[in-house]
Design a protein. Structure first.
Length: 382
């Protein structure tokens, strides 16, 4: 190399360095070396496996939702599995009676107008079935009906009807009964049960009729309920059937059935009376009472109603509470609907059943077998 070329070599190296974008010094090289080191340190902390930081971060982001989804899936399945039995249990609780109730009155609260319409339908259907409905106590006048109704507490109308012939033969008027010997009166009404308290009531009301009403039975609720042993139920029995004054007789059967029919939820007799009064026209009150009581005694029993033989099953929101098998239900029917004697010894002419038998005689003193009691003999009406 010549001296000129040797002198020009450093200049050419410097020019080459500038052309390459560097300064040719050590500082830029040292600075450039720090940055990769820092990146490697951060990446090492985030990705110890040595993968590229960017790729690892992206994969982690994608993996995170997947992990969450996998974790959430069993929870959802568990929730679904837990919810399923609850739904099934709810379905099981929907008994035929509730299904019939929903169909009859709807799932929403029933309006007063809708309830009145349904009460009218029930009344009409019962009128067709029990066209012969009547008071099931034998009587010839208001006094006899009043006495018989007082005696009917805590016993059957049949037992009262079997007892009153001898009673009225001995004491045909209020004056006669008011003067009766208490022990003799008690003995006559003994078959009806609670004979001492009933005898006291009969003596008291007979004296009140004699002293305050000229021996006549008053024709108003207010006057009747003042008599000993007479409440609103007894008063409406007398008014409706002896005087032709409309009224509801809210006895045990009546209250039980109107609650089963969802016409009221009341249990107090006076409140039941008021609510049913509002559902039916006044002219239907007395007969609706008779039809309802007839149905309660023959078909819609308290403990085991004969749902499968009920003539108004399609109108009953409580269908299914009793026996639904038709053949089994027929065996539960009573009185004329079950082919048995009725409760009256002297029923109305249009009554389709057999009259009730008279009171059985007591066992003779010799110890021979007595005539079977009508209330305890097999197949007897109750």
């Amino acid at each position: 190399m010549s001296e000129q070329e040797a002198a020009a070599a450093p200049a050419r190296k410097a020019a080459a360095g500038k052309a390459a974008g560097g300064t040719g010094t050590a500082k830029p090289v040292k600075a450039a070396g720090k940055a990769p080191a820092a990146k490697r340190t951060t990446a090492a902390k985030q990705a110890p496996t040595g993968e590229a930081p960017a790729r690892k971060t992206s994969a982690a982001k994608k993996a995170a939702p997947a992990a969450k989804a996998k974790k959430a899936t069993p929870a959802k399945k568990a929730t679904a599995k837990k919810a399923t039995p609850a739904k099934k249990a709810t379905a099981k609780k929907a008994t035929p009676a509730k299904a019939a109730a929903a169909k009859a009155s709807g799932s929403k609260p029933e309006s007063q107008a809708a309830r009145a319409k349904r009460a009218a339908r029930i009344n009409s259907a019962l009128a067709e079935v029990y066209y012969y409905a009547h008071p099931e106590l034998d009587f010839e006048n208001p006094f006899e009906l009043l006495v018989a109704t007082v005696l009917s507490a805590q016993t059957t109308d049949l037992r009262v009807n079997q007892t009153t012939p001898a009673l009225f033969a001995a004491y045909p008027t209020p004056e006669d009964m008011a003067a009766a010997d208490p022990e003799a009166l008690e003995e006559l009404i003994r078959p009806t049960g609670f004979f001492r308290s009933k005898a006291k009531s009969l003596l008291g009301l007979s004296a009140a009729l004699r002293d305050d009403h000229g021996g006549e039975v008053p024709g108003s609720v207010d006057e009747l309920v003042k008599l000993p042993g007479v409440g609103r139920k007894t008063a409406f029995v007398v008014l409706g059937n002896a005087f032709g004054v409309p009224g509801l007789t809210v006895d045990t059967h009546f209250g039980r059935l109107v609650r089963r029919w969802k016409l009221t939820e009341q249990t107090d007799a006076v409140k039941v009376e008021q609510e049913i009064d509002d559902l039916l026209p006044e002219s239907e009150w007395t007969m609706f009472s008779h039809r309802t009581i007839f149905h309660g005694r023959r078909v819609c029993h308290s403990r085991k109603p004969a749902c499968g033989a009920c003539p108004i099953a399609e109108l009953c929101p409580s269908y299914g509470e009793g026996e639904t098998d038709p053949e089994k239900a027929k065996k539960l029917l009573k009185y004329e609907m079950g082919g048995q004697p009725g409760q009256r010894l002297k029923p109305p002419a249009d009554y389709p059943g057999r009259p009730a038998p008279p009171l059985p005689s007591r066992a003779p003193a010799t110890g021979s077998a007595a005539t079977p009691d009508a209330d305890s003999a097999p197949g007897a009406a109750r």
